[in-house]
Design a protein around this ligand. Structure first.
Ligand code: SAM
Ligand code: SF4
Length: 466
């Protein structure tokens, strides 16, 4: 069992491929199945696509039913306590299944494992878990799986650092038209409430040539949209002073790619050049996710966000002055330590002032090891809940109101597939990232449909094909 040790010899492409081959020799023809449960953000969803790709390369088949799985993986998130508690609860529930099927392999990975003591705690609390590995060990999964299959005790591998190996992983992309592309890893911002820099490490940007090659290959495979991922894509730094807006301009030239999206943007790094990219890059979709977190300067300072409400409003002003409308969404935390009624009212008034298309709202969750968790004046749970409810109610009204303007308009919708909630309908997204459900027959994913909007709700639009 090695925890915290960085075993560089495993970062070797030959070892990686060799281990996949070894597993393939054992697995192929056995009809073994895997099931992955993913918690948290897009980075985790993407990591799960990589794990699924490796498993399928070895010969495993995906199953939606965990009861028939031979491998169950939990890809965890530790941004808020709620997600962590769900992980513990769901691992505990597998005890009976493991007793019934001792050959079932249970693995736990992702951000939670990077927290001090969590990996050891999991194997102690759940002795039926076979494999635990961290975010920096993702590409070591084939080797670790081989070890776990051949060992009676749990295999635990959690490195504190790691060189990310993007290009050696076969990826099972869940969409055939839209693809995640990681452009940078980690975060250097240390917002006082946030665990991400501790579990995902320092910022590392990928080389621009490597990213562009990956996107050109995706275009050749038929992908029409790329979703660029990073905790703060605005601070992307390629080689030779190459910045994020340079990358957008080069991706804009890739033949076959029709839509470019990115997430997430830190307001302190949103440069005028990046805002101008919405004008110069015709493929860049008209949507920006720009987390504000709070409308109070006092709270923003305690959060270590490094901008003021005024700075943020100036950015919104610049965005709204562009020649085309850009949808703006945000993240907000309710009940940060010491947040007064006055501070909270500042956040409510900011919602009214900016009128976001949507806001992702969270109750503040103290994270062990972050400065905010040590603050004495923690907000009581019922206050956080009350504020969260009020934020959601206010935002729902605003979103519904904003969406009304789309009624009777014809919008370009990129078809994703049959609607999840209504098999008679197709669904897809506008360039402004609005989800649209509409009646149509036999449309293929990736088709650009012109849809007339008939009903506008707070979170979705409905329409008919024209
Ligand atoms: N890097 C992104 C950024 O700064 O925009 C955000 C990444 S974080 C995983 C997503 C959101 O989770 C944050 O914007 C914040 O609103 C929320 N979040 C992070 N830590 C939190 C905490 N301790 N309690 C509640 N919400 C939190
Ligand atoms: Fe967390 Fe702040 Fe980094 Fe976003 S920018 S990941 S909120 S530390």
């Amino acid at each position: 069992m090695t925890v915290g040790e960085h075993r560089t010899n495993l970062n070797n492409t030959d070892d990686y491929l060799l281990n996949i081959e070894k597993l393939a020799e054992r697995i192929t023809g056995c009809d073994y199945k895997y099931h992955i449960i993913t918690y948290g953000c897009q980075m985790n969803v993407y990591d799960s696509e990589k794990l699924a790709g490796m498993l399928e390369n070895m010969g495993y088949f995906q199953t939606e039913d965990k009861n028939e799985a031979d491998i169950i993986l939990f890809n965890t998130c530790c941004v808020r306590d709620h997600a962590e508690q769900r992980v513990y609860g769901n691992i505990g529930m597998l005890k009976k299944q493991k007793i019934k099927n001792p050959n079932l392999l249970i693995g736990v990975c992702g951000c939670m494992m990077q927290q001090k003591g969590v990996a050891e705690g999991i194997v102690k609390k759940f002795p039926f878990v076979d494999l635990v590995f961290g975010t920096h060990n993702l590409h070591e999964f084939p080797k670790l799986l081989l070890e776990a299959l051949d060992t009676a005790h749990a295999i635990v591998e959690v490195s504190e650092h790691g060189d990310q190996k993007e290009n050696i992983t076969p990826i099972k992309r869940s969409s055939r038209i839209s693809s995640w592309v990681t452009i940078m890893y980690g975060c250097d911002n240390f917002c006082s409430y946030c665990i991400v820099p501790y579990v995902r490490g320092r910022e590392q940007s990928r080389n621009q040539a490597e990213i562009l090659l990956e996107i050109e290959n995706l275009a050749k495979e038929g992908f029409r949209e790329v979703f660029l991922l990073g905790q703060n894509v605005n601070s992307y730094k390629g080689q030779d002073d190459y910045l994020f807006h340079d990358l957008l301009e080069d991706i804009n030239k890739v033949e076959g790619i029709e839509r470019i999206r990115f997430i997430s943007s830190h307001p302190k790094d949103l440069s005028p050049k990046l805002i101008e990219a919405f004008e110069s890059c015709d493929k860049l979709c008209e949507h920006i996710h720009l987390p504000i977190q709070s409308g109070s300067d006092l709270v923003l300072e305690k959060m270590n966000r490094k901008y003021t409400r005024e700075d943020y409003l100036k950015l919104i002003h610049r965005i709204r002055n562009l020649s085309k409308p850009i949808a703006v969404t945000t993240d907000i935390i309710a009940g940060f330590p010491g947040e007064t009624e006055r501070d909270f009212e500042d956040t409510l008034s900011l919602l009214e002032e900016v009128r976001f298309d949507a806001a992702f709202t969270f109750m503040y969750s103290p994270r062990k090891g972050t400065p905010a968790a040590e603050l004495a004046d923690q907000t009581e749970h019922y206050v956080k809940k009350k504020r969260l409810d009020l934020l959601n109610k206010t935002q729902a009204e605003i979103s519904k109101n904003i969406n009304q303007k789309y009624k009777d308009m014809v919008l370009e919708v990129m078809v994703e597939g049959v609607s999840k909630n209504n098999a008679d309908m197709f669904s897809g997204r506008t360039r402004t990232n609005k989800l649209v459900n509409f009646k149509a027959e036999n449309l293929l994913p990736g088709y650009m449909a012109d849809v007339r909007i008939t009903t506008a709700k707070a979170w979705t639009l409905e329409g008919v094909l024209v």
